[in-house]
Ligand binder design. Structure first.
Ligand SMILES: [Zn+2]
Length: 194
């Protein structure tokens, strides 16, 4: 990153929080590039002891089955993101019930060549009883409810998916999204609690 994404001024290196960071020297701008962060979401949707999976149509992982999910937009609450992705990828309307856990991974290439960091949050959702799986045949080449035994024995199901499904079925309680009734002053927001 060479130019400020807010005002296009060439960035300089400035010490902030103990390390040099690309920063904007323009008066009144204040932009600092703290790094490359992304947030992924995935949903465990169980209906009659079967779990909803999708098959990837593109690399990486083409042909592998996994939980429906994707990246949250920068201005989108996570709960909305996972419900949207499940509908887009698998045609199923579902509502978030709880947070199962999250994975934090550091690595890959950021926009300035440094490390990037990703948080992937796994949710459990209750599906709408009337919707049936459907998919677009390009990005996604399959969407089905799997028997648990079939899923666990399947060679082309991601380990992270197996973990999340096992955790959801174990009955161990995860974190729950706080009801969005109190005003924490800044939209949009999500709080999670036990
Ligand atoms: Zn700037």
């Amino acid at each position: 990153m060479k130019f400020c994404p807010r005002c296009a001024t060439p960035l300089i290196q400035r010490l902030d929080g103990g390390r040099d960071r690309p920063a904007c020297p323009a008066p009144g701008c204040g932009f600092i590039h703290f790094g490359d962060f992304s947030i992924g979401v995935g949903g465990v949707v169980i209906r009659q002891n079967r779990v909803l999976l999708i098959r990837r149509g593109h690399e990486p992982g083409r042909g592998w089955w996994q939980l429906p999910g994707g990246y949250a937009e920068h201005d989108e609450p996570l709960v909305t993101a996972v419900e949207r992705e499940i509908l887009e990828e698998a045609g199923i309307r579902a509502n978030v019930v709880e947070v199962l856990g999250f994975r934090h991974s550091v690595g890959g290439q950021g926009s300035i060549g440094g490390p990037s960091t990703n948080v992937y949050v796994a949710f459990r959702l209750e599906p709408d009883s009337s919707s049936e799986p459907s998919h677009d045949q390009d990005e996604i080449t399959g969407a089905e409810f799997f028997d648990i035994d079939v899923l666990n024995a399947h060679e082309r199901v991601q380990n992270l998916t197996k973990w999340a499904v096992g955790w959801a079925l174990s009955g161990a309680r995860g974190l729950q999204p706080a009801p969005r009734t109190q005003d924490p002053t800044r939209p949009p927001w999500s709080l999670f609690h036990v």
